[in-house]
Design a protein around this ligand. Structure first.
Ligand code: PMP
Length: 313
C-alpha cells in the first residue's frame, strides 16, 4: 500500500497538550460538549502543490483568529496563542506528510463531565486533528440546489458568526432536506425568512450584470474566510464591483451566475435553484475565472498572495 494512502491517515492528533496516535485520543461519553454542543471549531485547508512537492496551509492565522473569536463568544478559554496553534498545526501536518489536499479540524470544547448546559464552571480543552479531503462539492459540474425550508439562526439565539458545534444541527437539517429532495446542497434564508443567507456550510455569491453580489453579515451568515478571499480577488484581479447587500429569493432564479464558496466547498458553481436553471446551466465565465485564480492562490502560485500560504516544513 502507498505510504500515505487514505487508509493510513490520520495517524496523529493533538490531544490534552501533546501529539499522540489518533487511536489514543478518546473522550469520555459524559463530556459536556458531546451532550450539549458546547464547543467551537475551525475547518482549515492544506493544499498539496504536487509540482513543488509542498504543502501549504491556507490563511491559517485568519482561521485561528476566528476560532479565538468564537471561543470568546462561547466563554471557552483557549490557553494557546495564535502562533502556538499555528505551530502545533504545522507540526501535526509535518508528521502526517500528506501528498494530497488535507483539512485541519481544531476543536475547543467544554471537556468537563458535568450535567447541565452552561458555559461557566467547566473544564475546557482543545484538540486538533487532520484528515485527507478532496472535493466537498462538485467543482466542474454545476450543482442543483434548493432553498431550504429551515431558516438560518439569529444572532441572539445561536450566533452564526461563531463556529459553534451545536449550531451545525441547523446545517445538518438543511443539507439533509436537500439530499432527500434529490438536490446536492441547500440555500438558506435569513432567520426572518426574508432574505438569502448562505449555504449549509458555505457562503453564496451571485453574478448579475457583471457585478458580484453577496449577502451582508447582518443576514445571519458566517463571515467566511473564503468569502473574504473571493471579494479581494474579484476586486484586485478582475476589477469587479463587489456589492454586499440583501438578496431576495427570486433574485436567485434570474441570476446570471451563482456559486458557493468556503474552505470545504472551495469555489463551487450552482446550476439550478428550485428547478430554475441558472444562466445556461453551465459554469458561468466569471465563476470560472474566480475559481481559476482561487486555485492558483491557494497553491501559492501567485506571489502577491503568498502571505496567505504557510508552507509545512
Ligand atoms: N458558512 C458556514 C455556516 C460554514 O460552516 C462555512 C465553513 N466554515 C462557511 C460559511 C464558509 O466559511 P470559510 O470560508 O471561512 O470556510
Amino acid at each position: 500500500m502507498k505510504e500515505n494512502s487514505n487508509m493510513e491517515h490520520p495517524k496523529y492528533a493533538f490531544f490534552k497538550g501533546e501529539i499522540i496516535p489518533i487511536s489514543e485520543a478518546k473522550v469520555d461519553i459524559r463530556t459536556n460538549a458531546l451532550q450539549y454542543g458546547t464547543a467551537v471549531f475551525e475547518g482549515i485547508r492544506c493544499y498539496w502543490a504536487s509540482d513543488k512537492k509542498k504543502n501549504y496551509v491556507f490563511r491559517i492565522k485568519s482561521h485561528y483568529e476566528r476560532l479565538l473569536d468564537s471561543a470568546k463568544i462561547m466563554m471557552i478559554d483557549i490557553k494557546y496563542s495564535i502562533d502556538e496553534l499555528c505551530s502545533i498545526t504545522l507540526e501535526l501536518l509535518k508528521k502526517e506528510a500528506y501528498e494530497e489536499d488535507s483539512y485541519i479540524r481544531p476543536y475547543a470544547y467544554n471537556s468537563g463531565l458535568n450535567i447541565g448546559p452552561k458555559l461557566i464552571h467547566n473544564e475546557q480543552d482543545l484538540f486538533i486533528y487532520t484528515i485527507q479531503l478532496g472535493e466537498y462539492l462538485n467543482l466542474s459540474k454545476p450543482i442543483n440546489v434548493c432553498v431550504s425550508s429551515w431558516t438560518r439562526i439569529p444572532d441572539n439565539c445561536m450566533p452564526p458568526r461563531a463556529k459553534i458545534a451545536g449550531s451545525y444541527v441547523n446545517a445538518a437539517l438543511q443539507k439533509t432536506e436537500a439530499l432527500l429532495g434529490g438536490y446536492e446542497e441547500a440555500i438558506t434564508l435569513s432567520s426572518d425568512g426574508q432574505h438569502v443567507s448562505e449555504g449549509s456550510a458555505m457562503n453564496l455569491f451571485m453574478v448579475k450584470n457583471e457585478k458580484l453580489v453577496t449577502p451582508p453579515t447582518y443576514n445571519d451568515i458566517l463571515e467566511g474566510i473564503t468569502r473574504n478571499t473571493v471579494i479581494e480577488l474579484a476586486k484586485n484581479e478582475l476589477n469587479l464591483d463587489v456589492i454586499e447587500r440583501q438578496i431576495d429569493r427570486t433574485e436567485l432564479y434570474t441570476a446570471d451566475e451563482l456559486f458557493f464558496c468556503g474552505t470545504g466547498a472551495q469555489v463551487s458553481p450552482i446550476g439550478s435553484v428550485d428547478g430554475r436553471i441558472i444562466g445556461n446551466g453551465e459554469m458561468g465565465s466569471l465563476t470560472k475565472k474566480i475559481q481559476d485564480i482561487y486555485f492558483k492562490v491557494v497553491k501559492n502560485e501567485l506571489k502577491k498572495y503568498s502571505q496567505w500560504c504557510t508552507e509545512v516544513k
